[in-house]
Design a protein around this ligand. Sequence first.
Ligand SMILES: NC(=O)c1ccc[n+]([C@@H]2O[C@H](COP(=O)([O-])OP(=O)(O)OC[C@H]3O[C@@H](n4cnc5c(N)ncnc54)[C@H](OP(=O)(O)O)[C@@H]3O)[C@@H](O)[C@H]2O)c1
Length: 239
Amino acid sequence: MEKSFQENNLSGLGMGTWGIGEAIKGYDRSQIFLISKFYPYHASPELERQSLENSLKRLGTDYLDLYLLHWRGDKRLSETVRGLKELQKEGLIRHWGVSNFDVADLEELFSVPGGKDCFANEDLYNLSERGVEYDVLPWQEKHGVSFIGYSPFNSGKGDSIRITNNLKIVARAHNVTPHQIMLAWTMRNGNVLSIPKAGTVKHMKENIAAQNIKLTSDEIKLIDNDFPQPTEKTPLAMI
Ligand SMILES: NC(=O)c1ccc[n+]([C@@H]2O[C@H](COP(=O)([O-])OP(=O)(O)OC[C@H]3O[C@@H](n4cnc5c(N)ncnc54)[C@H](OP(=O)(O)O)[C@@H]3O)[C@@H](O)[C@H]2O)c1
């Protein structure tokens, strides 16, 4: 019998690809959005194909929903995109995208044949790292490229983002934890897909519930007092 993936959501549990393959067995594949990345030194048509085939084998599936270049390397973007378009044409990937790209990288990507078909860019985004709000997010919105924000808790063991009094006040008002507020904050405008990693079912449940927290404009202002918006261009932050 087919299991409901929503009832048993295992995404983002931080498992390796073998573990994910095990976890999704028996679920309706069409209800799962599977993303994987490839390294810049594999960003040529032949190596992209090889990396993808290996990932698909480990995942026990025959296609990915999104395949991302992990960060900018020294391979020509025109070749990277050519390879990705071939994989897409063959139905091995539904979409392709990039990660850790700044505006200049995205502009260069858009200048190569097929580059405008980039589906998503995945960059670091959390309360402590708001730099992308200055230019990357507006650029992506304008050009129709989805934004995936990684490490909403700044990758730490719970305290890598300062838990301020204002965060506690907002959390109390919603009867949730400050971490749930941090996560809800990244998604407050509906233009960011945030991807937390959780190693426990408790954290996973809290993170799923955070999708339903609606922050008021006063609460957003309170949070801004502790974690100010960027007012100038800063180098793209990465982990
Ligand atoms: N594209 C890139 O270059 C790039 C780079 C880095 C990361 N990523 C991706 O970003 C995702 C997140 O990665 P991450 O591990 O760096 O960062 P993260 O999600 O910011 O932080 C994970 C940490 O937060 C804790 N946590 C999770 N949910 C929590 C909750 N509800 N309350 C309190 N603590 C909670 C986890 O603890 P427990 O483990 O105990 O739950 C873990 O210590 C992953 O999918 C990763 O692949 C992408």
